[in-house]
Design a protein around this ligand. Structure first.
Ligand code: HEC
Length: 705
């Protein structure tokens, strides 16, 4: 497809009269609101408000939205990218960090780029082969590649210009899913991996050459190697024992960054501690800086300026990597430059952008771990009885769970309504601590806790589903209270977009795209799409016409690991970019939903003890991708649905026959007899499921008679 690229650019510039894309610069980015037709950076402007001044699509016209064009991704896997539009060209990414440049009016492919990530590398990340999009600067497009590369492409042709390896240790399980940001000529990228035991950091590279400019570690490393800076010496005092640096410590910067050009401060969102278990990680002592913090840095030097820790001594996977917005709010009658975040822990924070001073916080989610935030100190008031699973090694159910009260799907801020639109959700976690930590291994999660327990029966699932609900929450950040809510049956709905047309857009886990009035929350427009929606929607204009883009493609940690709940959405993997406009007439792609009855499985031959062994092996080695308790949402195959031939090929597949397609080889980890135990457990789960579905439909029939 690449051969067409030059021709595509030629057509774009010369036949249609559009000027060749001007280069993106710091000046343009700082004044992004003056270019309403473009969406130049991840969150549209440096403050990442995700608010568009465009208003042709508005509360009065929104019902005239129709499809302008759609683009089918080559892989039907997770799509988390927010597209970027520069002067009529749309840049986006799909699974495994593949990059696409499209004509923003027609969807015609101009070029594509596949960084050729080894598919088996997916097993070294927690959360699917996700990528949240590119950055554009000068004449280049930047992508963070899943296996740890940062690459620069020619924005006109997609040719690789430079590629650097951002990893400090190839043996550790580092991945990149976040979008790079470019500030003052430097491309900045972090990474993920804290579920497997890594040390967090971010790195800045010269945008032109790829030469490393600076690196900022978020947690201290091996003391014998010496502290990299005074900041590391400062934060080391908040850690105890020696496990923290052996296990990595965590604090990965895997998603959010924002920038304030006037203050020249870069804000980064820092992730959870690694191990999750606070006692095994740091003897249950100390704040463990900078886990679960927002940190402000000088983007030119990477030097620390201030920090605010949302969850001191995090023990619950409460990342503060969720979307950061920098804006001006009217506080006590005066305009104040602030940083806002709704991290996993369930509290909405407003901080002073210049100093990090705590301004206010409010509970936007279901929270049991803390009673509130002390307004004097800005520290949470821990509910020890509810949250402490380590002191007596007493398992605890804590709200929110590791999926968070809000996860990475970005929120948006509408300066007209003064409201923040949060993809909120109710989640919980059952923490069962381990006595001692395991060692770091390739592709094996390492939490210092037992792998989460998921019910196996339909009844148990439905009980759990009563708890796990989503909401679109319109939050007043000044008064710290909800203005309105729209409920969803499922969690893991998409990011939000707000516009000057008094609209909020959001996609849903069950495969819909929806528009609401921004002020009242009234639902105004809705369409069904080919898969679940998680990415943040965006809008742009070309030749005076406004477009609305939704990246559609279900995936991420929730659908692959928690299939027990995620399957209920009924969506299938079918990844596409949908672009709507007023009066759009393109036909909508077909919408399929999942068939629930599994094919007839072979008989179970194992005894109860072997099945129990198979279950434990399955949950430890397979559940993270195929779903815990062998309940999958079929984004990665639901193994209860194997066809007869796949049952015959079970052992070769598990030993590596499909490693080129992302099924990791287990030959070095499992014995053939163990694989058979896993196989038997899966077969038994398939029988159970068929029985339960049958029972359910008989009950329904009897009820309607
Ligand atoms: C890192 C994620 C990951 C883990 C962990 C994993 N798998 Fe897979 N598996 C995949 C993917 C992706 C595929 C689909 C490959 C393809 O497209 O053919 C797959 C396919 C399979 C298939 C073939 C299914 C089909 O419909 O063709 C079997 C069988 C299977 N896996 C068994 C297992 C077992 C057993 C384990 C644990 C011992 C396991 N897998 C662990 C990702 C994973």
């Amino acid at each position: 497809m690449k051969n067409n690229s030059l021709l595509g650019v030629f057509l774009l510039c010369c036949l249609t009269g559009v000027a060749l894309a001007a280069e993106v610069s710091g000046k343009r980015l700082a004044a992004a609101d003056g270019e309403p037709g473009n969406w130049l950076a991840h969150g549209r402007n440096y403050g990442e408000e995700r608010y568009s001044p465009l208003r042709a699509i508005n509360v009065d016209t929104v019902d005239k939205l129709g499809l302008a064009w759609s683009f089918k991704y080559p892989l039907d896997r997770v799509v988390e990218a927010t597209p970027i539009v520069v002067d009529g060209v749309l840049y986006t990414t799909g699974a495994y960090s593949m990059v696409f440049a499209l004509d923003a009016r027609t969807g015609q492919l101009l070029w594509d780029y596949d960084p050729q990530v080894w598919r088996g590398y997916q097993g070294r990340g927690c959360c699917d082969a996700a990528n949240r999009g590119v950055a554009v600067w000068g004449d280049k497009v930047y992508v963070g590649v899943y296996d740890g590369r940062l690459e620069a492409l020619d924005s006109k042709t997609g040719e690789l210009v430079w590629s650097v390896n951002t990893l400090i240790d190839a043996e550790r399980n580092y991945t990149i899913s976040g979008a790079p940001r470019v500030v003052n000529g430097k491309v900045i990228i972090g990474n993920g991996g804290a579920e497997f035991g890594v040390r967090g950091y971010i790195t800045a590279y010269d945008a032109e050459t790829g030469k490393q400019a600076w690196r900022f570690f978020t947690v201290p490393g091996d003391p014998a190697a010496g502290d990299e800076s005074e900041t590391i010496t400062m934060i080391r005092k908040t850690w105890f024992g020696d496990q923290y640096w052996k296990q990595g410590g965590g604090g990965t910067v895997w998603d959010s960054m924002a920038y304030d050009p006037t203050l020249n401060l870069l804000y980064i969102g820092v992730g959870n501690g690694s191990l999750w278990n606070y006692k095994l990680r740091s003897q249950a002592r100390g704040d463990n800086l900078f886990v679960s913090s927002i940190v402000a840095l000088n983007p030119d030097t990477g030097k620390y300026v201030w920090h605010y820790q949302t969850t001191p001594g995090d023990a619950w996977d409460f990342t503060a990597t969720q979307h950061i917005i920098v804006t001006t709010l009217d506080i006590d009658g005066k305009p104040r430059r602030v940083v806002m975040q709704a991290p996993k822990n369930g509290f909405f924070y407003v901080l002073d952008a210049a100093t990090g001073e705590f301004v206010s916080a409010g509970k936007f989610g279901e929270v049991t771990w803390a009673k509130g935030i002390d307004p004097q100190t800005g520290r949470p008031i821990l509910d020890r009885e509810a949250a402490d699973y380590w002191t007596d090694s007493d398992p605890k159910t804590v709200f929110p769970g590791s999926q968070g009260a809000h996860n990475w799907p970005p929120m948006s801020f509408n300066p007209q309504t003064g409201l923040v639109y949060i993809p909120q959700q109710v989640t919980m976690e059952y923490f069962v601590p381990l006595e001692s930590p395991s060692t770091v291994q390739t592709g094996v999660p390492n939490l210092g806790l037992e792998i989460p327990i998921v019910p196996e029966t339909l009844e148990g699932i439905e009980e759990l589903a009563q708890v796990y609900r989503g909401n679109l929450v319109a939050w007043d950040p000044v008064r710290q209270e909800a203005r309105w809510k729209q409920p969803y049956e499922h969690i893991h709905n998409s990011g939000t977009l707000s516009t000057a047309g008094n609209l909020v857009f959001q996609g849903t886990a069950d495969g819909r795209v929806v528009a609401y009035a921004a002020d009242s929350g009234k639902r105004l427009w809705e369409r069904s799409v080919s898969s679940g929606v998680v990415a943040g929607p965006m809008t742009y204009a070309v030749d005076g016409e406004q477009y609305l883009a939704f990246n559609v493609g279900w995936g991420g940690a929730f659908p692959i690991t928690f299939g027990a709940l995620a399957y209920r959405t009924g969506v299938v993997p079918d990844s596409r970019l949908y672009v709507f406009k007023l009066g759009g007439k393109a036909p909508m792609p077909p919408v399929r939903r999942r068939e629930l009855q599994p094919p007839s499985p072979p008989p179970v031959t194992a005894d109860a003890a072997a099945l129990a062994e198979g279950k434990s092996l399955y949950n430890n080695h397979c559940g993270v991708c195929h779903g815990l308790s062998a309940l999958g949402s079929d984004i990665i195959p639901d193994l209860r649905y194997l066809a007869p031939r796949q049952h015959e090929e079970f052992l070769p597949i598990v030993f590596g026959a499909r490693s080129h397609k992302g099924m990791p080889p287990f030959g070095a980890i499992l014995e053939p007899a163990q694989v058979e135990q896993v196989h038997q457990y899966i077969i038994s789960r398939s029988h159970d499921w068929r029985q339960e579905l049958l029972k359910r439909s008989t009950q329904r029939e009897q009820a309607t008679r």
